[in-house]
Design a binder for this molecule. Structure first.
Ligand code: UDP
Length: 412
């Protein structure tokens, strides 16, 4: 059996030797859209100290973002493969088989001229790892998912288990919750799945000038002089926007803005949210802002940041961002969230999928502005201490460099 080699991950500054001897890396990501996994890849690819390239399996705004950071990008798009959803069944995989074979080959072909293959998403993992006999490169997989049956179908889980055991050299998980789900699924040793939390660009949050809340809200077309909650992230049923709408219906004075768009075939859910709002009679207190680039300013424009995922959130960048924005955060207590939020200390945790509990927590925060300010201040300090981009980059860099060093040692 292929045993995963443990990665030594340290938060200390990397020694110069690691920086100068950085291996060349091909980063692979399945999405052209901007989700948490893609935001976390950006600073890593942009600052990588050796030759690197990002290979995207779909085109979209992520490509332009990478290019604007000076990162070389290439595309390997297959429409039949992009259509496969993570919880899909055997048949859709079979129908896409020729496309899958082409993508496995393309990734392998690209990988040949790099030292390390860094796989950043599920499809990237499957296609990159299946091609290992062709490229024979060390594989680092950054796991951004809780590998539970709520999130993934049985076939996908089986394939991931097999690839983790026999093809992947090093796994790094984005939270303890993601790591534990893989340890359970693939029966690997806990020390083989180190955790590297995402880093957030905290400076972007301190740069955003929000001294004048009224001007800010006017600029964004948000209602002034009301208590405004914000929910940030793509519109998807498991992100639980419908739970926030139900809480809104319970609180007649509350206004809510949803920032984010339907990205991965979730347009029906977006439509259902509009219908639900009309049915609950809350449409006049609800704003659909769509996808926005300037998250720091948007977050600072609200009184409280909500996170409402109904299934375990693997990490939840938006939670750390809300903390960095200095806003009180109320989040669903599942998955990686309790690794970020300490209830009553730097935020509030509520039971997932429970609108009454969510409404009660919003009311608590609204009624106690001094407490909310203290908690938000502590949260901002916590975000700065625990989730900086520098810490994240140092840990990821040492994970990748360690992987390549072991490969060199094996050859010698
Ligand atoms: N995001 C954004 N604009 C939007 C909605 C979301 O830039 O309109 C960003 C958000 O700031 C965060 C990321 O998308 O950095 C979402 O990451 P998260 O880990 O919360 O969720 P995921 O997409 O990984 O499920």
């Amino acid at each position: 059996m292929h045993t995963l080699a443990p990665v030594v991950v340290s938060s200390d500054e990397l020694p110069p030797s690691v920086r100068t001897n950085a291996p060349s890396v091909l980063f692979v990501d399945q999405s052209g859209q901007l989700g948490g996994a893609e935001f976390s890849l950006m600073p890593l690819a942009a600052t990588w100290g050796a030759r690197r390239e990002v290979l995207l399996l779909s085109d979209g705004p992520f490509r332009a973002r990478l290019e604007s950071l000076g990162v070389p990008v290439s595309l390997a798009c297959e429409a039949s493969v992009s259509g496969i959803r993570k919880d899909s069944l055997r048949l859709s995989w079979l129908a896409a088989l020729p496309g899958i074979v082409r993508q496995v080959r393309t990734i392998a072909q690209h990988a040949k001229s790099f030292d390390v293959l860094f796989l950043n998403t599920q499809k990237a993992l499957v296609f990159g790892a299946l091609g290992k006999p062709l490229h024979r490169k060390r594989i680092v997989w950054y796991l951004h998912d809780v590998m539970s049956s709520e999130h993934f179908g049985p076939l996908q889980r089986l394939v991931v288990r097999w690839l983790t055991r026999y093809a992947v050299d090093h796994v790094v998980a984005n939270s303890r919750a993601s790591a534990e789900s893989l340890i359970t699924l693939a029966h690997c040793a806990p020390e083989d799945v180190p955790v590297v939390h995402n880093g957030i660009d905290l400076e972007a949050f301190s740069r955003a000038d929000t001294s004048d809340m009224a001007t800010l809200r006017r600029q964004f077309g948000l209602p002034e002089n009301v208590y405004l909650a914000g929910l940030f992230g793509r519109l998807a049923s498991w992100k639980g926007q419908h739970i926030a709408l139900e809480a809104l219906a319970r609180m007649p004075d509350l206004h809510l803005v949803l920032v984010g768009s339907a990205m991965f075939g979730e347009e029906a859910y977006e439509k259902a949210l509009h219908e639900q709002a009309a049915r609950l009679g809350v449409s006049d207190r609800l704003i659909f802002a769509g996808f926005r680039d300037d998250m720091p300013a948007w977050m600072k424009a609200v009184d409280v940041v909500l996170h409402t995922s109904t299934e375990p959130e693997p990490f939840g960048r938006v939670i750390v961002e809300g903390m960095a924005a200095g806003r009180p955060v109320i989040a669903s207590a599942a998955g990686g969230v309790p690794e970020i939020v300490n209830h009553g200390c730097n935020g509030w945790l509520v039971e997932p999928g429970n609108p009454a509990a969510l409404a009660e927590a919003i009311e608590t925060v609204r009624r106690a502005p001094d407490l909310a300010r203290d908690v938000a201040c502590r949260a901002r300090d916590d975000a700065a201490q625990r989730f900086s981009v520098d810490t994240y980059l140092n840990r990821m860099t040492s994970a990748i460099a360690g992987c390549a060093a072991r490969a060199r040692a094996r050859k010698a």
